[in-house]
Design a protein around this ligand. Sequence first.
Ligand code: ES4
Ligand code: ZN
Length: 398
Amino acid sequence: MGPRAKALRTVGRSLPPPPVQRASSEINRSPVGEKRNITENPGNSLSRTQTPMTAQQNLPADRLPELLRGMPKAELHIHIEGSLEPELIFQMAQRNGLTLPYASVDDLRRAYAFTNLQSFLDIYYAGASVLQTEQDFYDMAWAYLERARADHVVHAEIFFDPQTHTARGVSMQTVIQGLHRACEAARSALGVQARLILCFLRHLSEQDAFETLEQALPYRDQFIGVGLDSSELGHPPEKFAKVFARCRELGLRLVAHAGEEGPPAYVWSALDVLHVERIDHGVQSVKDPELMKRLARDRIPLTVCPLSNLKLCVFPRLADHNLRQLLDAGLAATVNSDDPAYFGGYMNANFTETFAATGLTAAHAYQLARNSFEASFVDAAAKAAYIERLDAFFATFQ
Ligand code: ES4
Ligand code: ZN
């Protein structure tokens, strides 16, 4: 048995974790995945007992990136328009006879220097304006899904912003059918399961959101839920109370961006007014200890996007990111890419760069991947199958 094989242990579902033996090259400061019994919120679909990750605890630090890259994972926070690479923006502009206010791909990429969320959104909406035909939407989604597969993303719940397109005269049918066709093709051709979540733009009115919902309802079976995105400050979740109530009646799954730049109060109202099942970002929650208790108690998933937070100056350095704090507080945090074409990386870059900067360990990797499946909107059987696949990966990694 080689030194690597010796470090392996079978993942035990009911055994307590073995004592952590720290290799000198490994930083392992905090336990994660300890047994945690959640006794409240019986409606919560997350498992009440978090089983411990018992394999790979002695993994040498230099092998961690490989573990992170290869582990099966779900992506739950990706704006498909934010996956549009500059090369594709230029290709689509050309085939659609549009002129961009940038001379070249490099010139456009140079404009990707953001100071806050709004400075990014201005460029993001401009980039999305090249999308005109169903094929454009298909090609954009397909390019993302290929990248997802390369990063061992086996399940993706993908946001799209229909108002960005319908406001320019592109029909809802063009948007949804192009994206949906790509999702369908990905299942057989790539082995990636993909679902769509329609996001309302919060800088627009609730009336506009209602009209968007109406236009999307003929395609109700092609998306699983709704979200809330765009400029957070000044547009609190409660602005959309009525339209979210309607979506809830329709049986749609509910999520909302909250606590990205906005205060903990926006996370509270996303939970208590909109009744969302997950919070997108939510990193500002650490400012409110009561909110942290609530998120931990109810195992409300946070879809955290570290490279996004870095590029939008939510944290000055990746080393300052609070992902470890969220996990240590018992929150069901996940790692996601948000707008990978703009923020410098897809899923695996988010994992490897964040782990390198913050000293997270193999145990955190397991917990984050497990959280991603538990927080996903798949049924219990599919969830169990994903987690089994994850356990098998950790048990055999060498
Ligand atoms: C977004 Cl990073 C972020 N925040 C809010 N809305 C968005 N839409 C696309 N990316
Ligand atoms: Zn986002």
